[in-house]
Design a protein around this ligand. Structure first.
Ligand SMILES: *[C@@H]1O[C@H](CO)[C@@H](O)[C@H](O)[C@H]1NC(C)=O
Ligand SMILES: *[C@@H]1O[C@H](CO)[C@@H](O)[C@H](O)[C@H]1NC(C)=O
Ligand SMILES: *[C@@H]1O[C@H](CO)[C@@H](O)[C@H](O)[C@H]1NC(C)=O
Length: 307
């Protein structure tokens, strides 16, 4: 077995490590980073009314101790498993390059053209599934726990501007650039870099402090007057279209604007985009709570679940 001498073995090991690395870092697999999703879900859970809060507790597995945010990244973890491969196109929307608009009929489909398979269709789908929860557990077509986790995750994704991006660059995934001194890409800047830079520069890397400041800004701060309009939703399908439209508009105005492959983004980009990122996390959390309060809450005022 001289062929498996030290060198070949090392080569084989390196090759296996490379495959693992390539798998983990595949472009397009990310969503709001773990941090973004956790903040969105914590903000939402803090705003739940008693009925919704109870339903969420009932649906979560015991081992998370009632903490929805612990499983908000689950859909990212399973999307490459064979059983959940169908969920992969549900994390984003590809819109025509430079169109800067979202048209459900035109854009909400998977790469094979299957209708509704995009993040807007998914939010609608899993909300509708959850709206049957109160009717009892007889409907075994759907797993209500999974529906909750998917909804919670996709409400984050639909608010991340670059998840409703251009087709040819995969929502900025193929726009390679530098974030300050390290290599990154435009999609990842919005998923994670801006959040991590803010946490490091302003909050001593404490995500809880960042989340508290975001919450402070909508309870009693710059966004408190906007809260009612963020929550407004008389027809779920129109609301979902509105969220996606907001994202592509922000992607054009702030995400792509002035950026090309090979650029280095630093202070100017960070300072002007950080407020957009935190506002989208706030909106995602507030609206997730609004939907959960409606589907699990008092049927008298239930409008979202009716659609
Ligand atoms: C809705 O969820 C079901 C599984 O519960 C799935 O089969 C279907 O593809 C989903 N559709 C969308 C648009 O999310
Ligand atoms: C629902 O999905 C969760 C997560 O995949 C799983 O652990 C659970 O067993 C499922 N429940 C049912 C009733 O199939
Ligand atoms: C909260 O609002 C203040 C302005 O009142 C702003 O300076 C700060 O960046 C905001 N923080 C977040 C996390 O959005």
């Amino acid at each position: 077995m001289t062929t498996f001498g030290g060198f070949s073995r090392l080569f084989l090991l390196c090759f296996i490590l490379f495959l693992c690395y390539a798998f983990i870092t595949q472009p397009g697999v990310q969503a709001w980073s773990k941090e973004g999703h956790v903040m969105t879900c914590r903000i939402a859970q803090n705003l739940l009314e008693p009925e919704a809060s109870h339903a969420v507790q009932m649906l979560l597995p015991d081992y998370v101790g009632g903490d929805l945010s612990a499983l908000c990244v689950w859909p990212d973890q399973v999307r490459h498993w064979y059983r959940y491969r169908w969920t992969s196109p549900l994390h984003f929307i590809d819109t025509p390059d430079e169109a800067c608009s979202f048209d459900y009929e035109r854009d909400c489909h998977d790469p094979h053209g299957v209708k509704d398979m995009c993040v807007a269709g998914a939010v609608h789908n899993f909300t509708t599934q959850l709206s049957h929860y109160r009717e009892g557990t007889s409907d075994r077509r759907y797993n209500m726990t999974e529906a909750l986790l998917f909804l919670a995750h996709f409400m984050g994704d639909i608010h991340q501007p670059m998840h409703v991006g251009f087709t040819s660059d995969g929502g900025g995934n193929t726009i390679a650039l530098r974030w300050f001194r390290h290599k990154s890409n435009l999609h990842h800047v919005w998923d994670r870099e801006i959040i991590l830079t803010a946490a490091a520069d302003y909050f001593g890397k404490d995500m809880d402090l960042l989340e508290e400041e975001i919450e402070g800004n909508f309870t009693d701060g710059i966004w408190s007057d906007d809260l009612a309009s963020w929550r407004e939703c008389s027809d779920l399908f129109s609301c979902v279209k509105k969220y996606a439209t907001e994202s592509i508009n922000l992607a054009c105005k702030w995400g792509y604007k002035g950026v090309k492959s090979g650029d280095t983004l630093s202070d100017d980009y960070f300072n002007s985009r950080f407020p957009i990122v935190t506002k989208r996390i706030a909106q995602g959390g507030v609206r997730l709570a609004m939907i959960l309060n409606q589907v699990f809450g008092d049927s008298q005022k239930n409008t979202v679940a009716a659609t």
